[in-house]
Design a protein around this ligand. Structure first.
Ligand code: CP
Length: 320
């Protein structure tokens, strides 16, 4: 089973993943149980194949796999230090890796659709760890898990997504996950060129999920349950070409989309501020100390959710 898109999950599957992630959290905290789970996937290998930069995803997969007893091999800069630099196709690299007998390949790539392309060539499960402006499904699961653990529900929420919604694959994936639950509504706030793209908005319309778009983030904050903020993805262009036929880069941070003291004054006391991280100036450091800031805990949840995913896929017990 490949993990390519957040659309492949159902609420039942998420329930199982969350429950197992919470069990793993308890087991990791207990010395005896920690040793027990470190035998679950002994002698198996996880490959971390990263063609684009990462801290959290790569290292949390690394920790997750090792906590399950797996060996981890990989490259953190495959673009430069793998045979991709000599012109090898992704398909050939994946087929060669499969010859070594790994149980799972975790792939990050700058090209949208690269994970699906790799999966076509692979008998080994491919986990999409972020493909260009496409998706980041395991991030969406850990984001949803963070919300669930805090709110005990994934329904009836007003979620404000802000920042770079055109290239922000984590927001795209989380919207899709939350749209499976009833009575949620969204506000998408960004500059027009970084607005949420039509494929996601069309999906929401099909599913009858209400959303509004705004260039004024503060007007949505007053009754927000969750604020999900994102940085400018300066490392890659928009998917659409400009009028001159050239890739469009957006690199200037609009100051209206820096979350700071004003947002803290407007946001409800019980709301949560999330961010997939890294943060690159779009959240003022003053927010870090606010009790509504959840992004460090959110990142921490990543390891447990990824342990659960690896275990469910490798043990063949993934719920259908
Ligand atoms: N959230 C996330 O994908 O972070 P990294 O780029 O550090 O993996």
């Amino acid at each position: 089973m490949h993990i390519l898109s957040s659309e492949q999950f159902t609420p039942e599957m998420l329930g199982d993943i969350f429950m197992l992630a919470d069990e793993f959290r308890e087991q990791v905290a207990d010395q005896d149980l920690r040793h027990e789970i470190a035998t679950l996937h002994e002698d198996e290998f996880l490959v971390n194949l990263f063609y684009a930069a990462s801290t959290r995803t790569r290292l949390s997969f690394d920790f997750a796999a090792q906590r399950l007893g797996m060996n981890v091999v990989g490259t953190e800069n495959a673009e430069q230090f793998s045979s991709a630099a000599k012109g090898e196709t992704l398909e050939h690299s994946i087929k060669v890796l499969a010859e070594y007998g790994p149980s799972v390949i975790v792939l990050r790539h700058k090209a949208t659709g690269a994970a699906a392309q790799a999966a076509e060539a692979s008998e080994v499960p491919i986990f999409n760890a972020g493909d260009g402006n496409g998706e980041h499904p395991t991030q969406a699961l850990l984001d949803a898990h963070t919300i669930y653990n805090e709110r005990q529900t994934l329904s009836g929420l007003h979620v404000v997504f802000g920042g770079d919604l055109a290239r922000g694959r984590t927001a795209r994936s989380l919207v899709k996950v939350l749209s499976m639950y009833p009575d949620n509504r969204y506000t998408f706030t960004s500059t027009p060129e970084l607005a949420m793209r039509d494929d996601v908005k069309n999906l929401l319309t099909e599913r009858g999920v209400p959303f509004t778009e705004s260039e004024d983030p503060e007007e949505a904050f007053g009754d927000a349950d969750v604020v999900y903020w994102t940085r400018l993805q300066k490392e890659r262009p928009l998917d659409e070409l400009g009028a001159d036929g050239q890739p469009v880069m957006v690199e200037e941070q609009d100051p209206r989309f820096i979350l700071g003291k004003t947002a803290l004054e407007i946001l409800p006391k019980e709301s949560m501020i999330m961010h997939p991280m890294p943060i690159d100036g779009e959240i003022d450091p003053v927010v870090d100390a606010d009790p509504r800031a959840r992004y460090f805990r959110q990142a921490g949840n990543g390891m447990y959710v990824r342990m659960a995913l690896i275990h469910l896929v490798l043990s063949g017990t993934f719920p259908n």
